[in-house]
Design a binder for this molecule. Structure first.
Ligand code: FAD
Ligand code: NAG
Ligand code: NAG
Ligand code: NAG
Ligand code: NAG
Ligand code: NAG
Length: 588
């Protein structure tokens, strides 16, 4: 509720502030701390000559950026499959995976670019120009250009971001999507120590590429369930969860070194010894706030097989689904001995794609719970034994249909996905649910049914990706929110809308998490719960504590050291409290 007021206030304040500054800046040297970034029409905005010189510096890799639908028009149209393919969208500089982030719903009139009206496309919240970086020098040229010309900078590797942090209105883009190199080594030496087997991946490398490459090496790297998310992009900076996290920890816990172009244009190495404060911050301190990652190095493990159960439970009513969920909550610790990870999704709106977080087909109004459980390094028998008490208890609820399939597979193979299905208007809100909440299974079930009935929720996405090694890793010194170390699950609520939605309906969807869903959720999360900053609400009222907890003051100090002019500002990221909602004008 607070967040809504604050955001509206920011939007009202911008025009006044910016015009005051524009006339002011005539009397100031342009490189002093201006209150606003240069946008087209500002005195300090780069000239065509400036852009031409930059284009030569980056060997012609400067592009004009347009929204996805406009791009499609320019090539004679895109298919529906291309529209919804993350793999395809990732190659289009202006495209975001969640299409709402390309739109500017705040201006009056809004600036939109949607498939229904391709001929009336506005630029929306898509960057104006961008560098498709191939080399470190390209990235450095981009960072220097943005800093010298005081531009709003956006960084993107895949465009997956659920908070829309890899795009910004009137911004200049550095895309690291083409940084596709990776190297496996047996002995990774960092800070004078041999840290053992590792892989260094550049910041365009997708998880699917990483899994395929790791499999060929007989190795495994901790990563998420997605095809095109970039391991060395936003993922690791947020924390990076995986179904293998209860077994092997978070991605941030397994990150050994980062190579980063920081705000002054220098390439720095960040590890336990060199720039160790930056290394600490960039493992959990939030995506997009520190510099441009060139590459990240992760520990690798010998590959192993996993027994994986896919269970579908169909209930007669939402109340019965609440009973099912309570039984599930009662058994949620059963699988800890095997360090299992699990995704379990509750839906009332039809067939749910558990890998891509979207609903296919017409809403069917059938309460469904889909449960994927991953038992690392275990046999099918071990998995069945661990699941049996849960199955037995489910039989006590009359009329629930269970179908289940348990398979054994090499871990890279099961985590590999060829594509992610995206392309909807979606925002989300989330909380890390403490393990202690599951000591009251009946309350857990009740809260889910309240969310589904009164919260306007169609899908509750639960990720059992904490506990086990994530808790044991509490002694690792990184910026991962300490709430991860005591959490059992990461609960996401996704809110979707159609392109035909009115601006009021869009606003309704953008704000319903804070207004209506969070108060219900807080019955189990508690009121001071943390949230995973990569899968969360960009309008989170107290993002400093919710996303970063007690780490915020230290993160702020490290940001001031490496990025004194706030070149790297993202929504709800460290330092963003000093900026308006667009990251264009300073508020303080
Ligand atoms: C289908 C799907 C499945 C997912 N599954 C998981 C999962 O299993 N586990 C999990 O933890 N998360 C998961 N996520 C969330 C994911 O971690 C975030 O969306 C993350 O921000 C993606 O990072 P990216 O760099 O690929 O995306 P982008 O949208 O390109 O960037 C995200 C953020 O990182 C910054 N960034 C990107 N590249 C760089 C760079 N080179 N240097 C510095 N900053 C950069 C951007 O500025 C932005 O702030 C999933 C998301 C999707 C869409
Ligand atoms: C940059 O140069 C390349 C190659 O000369 C050209 O194709 C491209 O259009 C230029 N970019 C811009 C934004 O002008
Ligand atoms: C990239 O490629 C070069 C060789 O072309 C290699 O030396 C380097 O180590 C590779 N790896 C990374 C992560 O850059
Ligand atoms: C469960 O399956 C039975 C028989 O296949 C069917 O009659 C019943 O309607 C199903 N129940 C639900 C809730 O889908
Ligand atoms: C999996 O189990 C085998 C045999 O018990 C063991 O040698 C191996 O180290 C385990 N893998 C991991 C990643 O722990
Ligand atoms: C979200 O948008 C849809 C239209 O696509 C609308 O029916 C729904 O009421 C909106 N939700 C809220 C909370 O406003």
């Amino acid at each position: 509720m607070l967040s809504k007021t604050t955001t509206l206030l920011y939007i009202l304040l911008i025009p006044g502030l910016c015009s005051a500054v524009a006339s002011d800046s005539v009397f100031r040297p342009p490189l002093q701390q201006a209150r606003c970034r240069n946008v087209p029409g500002s005195l300090g905005f780069p000239t065509n000559d400036d852009f031409s010189i930059l284009n030569k510096t980056v060997s012609g890799r400067l592009v004009k950026v347009v929204p996805f639908v406009e791009y499609c028009t320019s090539i004679g149209g895109c298919t529906f499959e291309q529209f919804t393919s993350s793999l395809y969208r990732d190659g289009v500089p202006g495209a975001m995976n969640q299409v709402n982030w390309e739109q500017d719903f705040s201006s009056n009139p809004p600036s939109l670019c949607q498939p229904q009206s391709p001929s009336s496309c506005g630029q929306g919240d898509v960057p104006l120009f961008g560098i498709l970086a191939n080399t470190v020098a390209d990235i450095q040229a981009g960072v220097n250009f943005a800093r010298i010309h005081n531009l709003r900078l956006a960084i993107k590797s895949s465009g997956h971001d659920y908070l829309g942090r890899s795009t910004a209105k009137n911004s200049f883009l550095i895309s690291t999507h083409n940084m596709q190199n990776y190297t496996f080594v047996d002995d990774f030496v960092s800070g004078g120590k041999n840290l053992g087997p590792a892989v260094t991946v550049q910041s365009g490398v997708a998880l699917s590429t990483m899994y395929a490459a790791a499999k060929a090496q007989g190795r495994f790297v901790v990563g998420g369930t997605a095809s095109t998310v970039a391991a060395a992009g936003g993922y690791v900076q947020g924390a990076g969860h995986s179904s293998m996290s209860p077994f092997l920890g978070l991605a941030a816990d397994n990150c050994l070194e980062l190579n980063v172009v920081v705000a002054d244009g220098q390439l720095v190495r960040a590890n336990a010894v060199e720039n160790s404060d930056l290394f600490w911050a960039m493992r959990g301190g939030g995506a997009g706030s520190w510099g441009v990652i060139v590459s990240a190095t992760f520990r690798t493990f010998p590959t192993f097989n996993a027994a994986v159960s896919l269970m579908t439970l169909i209930a007669r009513t939402v109340d019965q689904m609440a009973e099912v969920a309570a039984v599930h909550a009662k058994h949620i610790f059963d699988w800890d001995v095997l360090h299992a990870g699990q995704y379990f999704y509750l839906s009332t709106s039809g067939l749910f794609d558990t890998v891509n977080f979207i609903t296919h087909g017409p809403g069917s109004n059938i309460p469904t719970m889909i449960i994927y459980t991953y038992f690392p390094n275990a046999t099918v028998d071990q998995a069945n034994t661990a699941l049996q008490p849960f199955r037995d208890d489910l039989l006590q609820i009359t009329g629930v249909n269970r179908t289940e399939n348990v398979i054994l597979t090499e871990i890279n193979e099961i985590l590999y996905a060829s594509d992610d299905i995206v392309g909807s208007n979606m925002v989300m809100g989330s909380r890390l649910i403490p393990a202690s909440a599951y000591r009251d299974p009946a309350l857990v079930g009740k809260v889910y049914s309240q969310l589904l009935k009164q919260g306007g929720v169609q899908n509750i996405l639960l990720n059992l990706v904490a506990g086990g090694k994530v808790s044991e890793n509490a002694d690792i010194s990184n910026a991962v929110h300490p709430a991860w170390r005591t959490a059992k699950t990461h609960l996401i609520i996704a809110n979707n809308w159609a392109d035909s939605a009115s601006i009021d309906q869009v606003r309704g969807n953008q704000t319903i998490f804070g207004r209506q869903q969070l108060p219900i959720l807080e019955q189990i999360s508690g009121q001071a719960a943390g949230a995973y900053s990569n899968e969360a609400d960009s309008l989170e009222a107290n993002f400093q504590t919710t996303f970063f907890g007690p780490n915020y003051p230290k993160l702020s100090a490290i940001k001031a050291k490496y990025d004194p002019t706030d070149l790297f500002i993202v929504k709800a990221g460290v330092g963003s409290e000093r900026w308006d909602a667009y990251g264009i004008c300073r508020m303080q």
